[in-house]
Ligand binder design. Structure first.
Ligand SMILES: [Zn+2]
Ligand SMILES: [Zn+2]
Length: 510
């Protein structure tokens, strides 16, 4: 099933670079592949589904991506400047498309430079988004890695421990996209929330891609971006939402020559439209409800077109809070980095690491990254019209009593939110150990949960993608269907304030 790429073949191809057909920017270095090299030379059985970088002579626009779709070639990610990561059956039919080069991702480009000095430890393994996570688990175990269960991981990612010397073998496999150091939070099971990456109209920016896009500066002396607030969440006072997001902009402006000033209206160029939305909201990247993706942000123009470039969208199904998870400032600080053109950092301490860490400000790695793009002279933030809008809303109600209504609503709104920040505690009592055996096709799981206020629900999910609600709360039970082999069952207890905790059990079905 899994075919090992001939190690080093890609390096040989790259060494033969003659005339540049364009550049593929990767974290491990930019490459300019030679034309007429690549696909035909690989030793892969025709008909097998494989992953390829496809370098176009110009930006692969919607027409090009639609044509790829008609040819059953799936676009998985965007790589600056004009490259797509795709999957399709060998040989790919790229005839008539404006393609300069195509070939597999070099295994060496799949190992983060941040791992260069690490001899052992924990790694976050990012698989291609269309790979099977069940196969990926089995493959990692066969390679001698130990999987650390963590239900908060983004799709197509697994956390493992093992020797760094085994990473090149891992990277040789087609389904592996990128390997980065795992943060301490991830390793220790502290609840984390992940960001899938900056968006372009051509797809998510790949983790292995060189993570910088730039707003052009005509003067060479930094940039000024507009910002405009669209629909905001009802879960927090609007003036607090505005001030927290402005505070996130200010943190970037404090360290680099980037400035932010309110825009007069939505959808203007060089302006960040900020909005909260549920589910599908018109940009082709629907939100996924509570949990999972919290927010997403479009990279600058180029590569995006205006007016969507730089726009920051927040999932209104999350339980937004100030000062505790889900902390709006923490998420806004990270997303503002994407709006400015930064991708993900591979350093676990950075704000731009793919898993949000509760942050009061930028880390040295973030500061170095933004200064490398825009320079170190501090910019400025013209504050949002928060207080003015507050009074304005009250006044709009009617001339009589408008102020009264405005104040009253604001008061209750703030008072009722963000009081309970204590997650429930949860125990799995049966099975009685974290690894259990079973011969039947189902297993009964039960346990207890408690909370400072009340446990509102207990839910479960399995590594096979099955999920459901348990019966009961403080004393709960569920019957879970098992497949042969390893089944990781994760149980979560929830409270009304959106706090949750989890426990996992691995059931081996013989
Ligand atoms: Zn991100
Ligand atoms: Zn969106």
């Amino acid at each position: 099933m899994r075919i090992l790429w001939t190690a080093g073949l890609m390096s040989i191809l790259l060494a033969q670079t003659a005339s540049s057909q364009g550049v593929i920017r990767l974290k491990t270095g930019s490459i300019s592949p030679a034309p007429a090299q690549g696909m035909a030379r690989r030793e892969t059985a025709p008909g097998a589904v494989r992953h390829f970088l496809v370098l176009f002579h110009s930006y692969p626009d919607a027409d090009v991506r639609a044509e790829l779709g008609r040819r059953r070639i799936q676009v998985l990610a965007y790589v600056p400047d004009n490259t797509l990561m795709v999957s399709g059956r060998v040989p790919l039919n790229l005839v008539g498309l404006d393609v300069g080069w195509s070939g597999p991702l070099d295994p060496q480009a799949k190992i983060s430079p941040a791992l260069a000095t690490q001899s052992a430890g924990a790694y976050l393994v990012v698989f291609q988004p269309d790979s099977s996570l069940a196969d990926d688990r089995e493959f990692l175990q066969n390679q001698g890695f130990t999987i650390i269960e963590n239900p908060d991981l983004l799709p197509a990612q697994l956390l493992v421990t093992g020797a760094a010397s085994a990473l090149p073998n891992l990277a040789d496999f087609d389904e592996v996209a990128y390997i980065v150091p795992a943060s301490v939070d991830l390793q220790s099971g502290i609840p984390v929330l992940g960001c899938p990456g900056p968006l372009t109209e051509a797809g998510l920016v790949a983790d292995y891609a060189q993570p910088v896009a730039t707003w052009h500066s005509s003067s060479g002396a930094g940039i000024t971006l507009g910002y405009f607030f669209g629909p905001l969440t009802e879960k927090l006072d609007a003036s607090l939402v505005r001030s927290e997001i402005a505070r996130a902009f200010a943190e970037w402006a404090r360290h680099a020559n980037v400035s932010f000033t309110p825009a007069a209206q939505a959808e203007t160029t060089r302006s960040i439209d900020i909005l909260f939305a549920h589910g599908a909201h018109g940009d082709g990247y629907p939100f996924d409800g509570n949990g999972g993706v919290l927010a997403h942000t479009f990279f600058p123009a180029p590569p995006n077109s205006e007016p969507i470039a730089g726009d920051m969208h927040f999932d209104d199904d999350e339980s937004w809070h100030l000062g505790t998870s889900v902390d709006l400032f923490t998420v806004a600080l990270h997303e503002a980095g994407h709006a400015l053109g930064l991708g993900h950092s591979d350093q676990p301490g950075d704000v731009m690491y793919p898993y949000y860490r509760f942050a009061a400000g930028l880390a040295p790695g973030d500061i170095a990254a933004i200064q490398a793009v825009y320079g170190s002279t501090p910019g400025f933030v013209t504050p949002p019209s928060g207080t003015v809008t507050g009074t304005g809303t009250g006044g709009t109600g009617t001339g009589t009593g408008g102020t009264g209504t405005g104040t009253g609503t604001g008061g209750t709104g703030t008072g009722a939110k963000a009081t309970d920040t204590t997650p429930p505690s949860l125990a799995i009592l049966s099975p009685g150990s974290s690894i259990a055996s079973a011969y039947a096709s189902t297993i009964a799981i039960s346990g207890s949960a408690s909370d400072n206020v009340a446990v509102t629900s207990v839910t479960w999910s399995t590594s096979n993608g099955d999920s459901g609600a348990a019966t009961g709360t403080t004393s709960w039970s569920a019957v879970v269907t098992l497949l042969s082999g390893n089944n990781v069952v994760t149980v979560r207890a929830h409270d009304a304030a959106g706090n949750s905790s989890w426990r996992a059990v691995t059931v081996v079905r013989h």
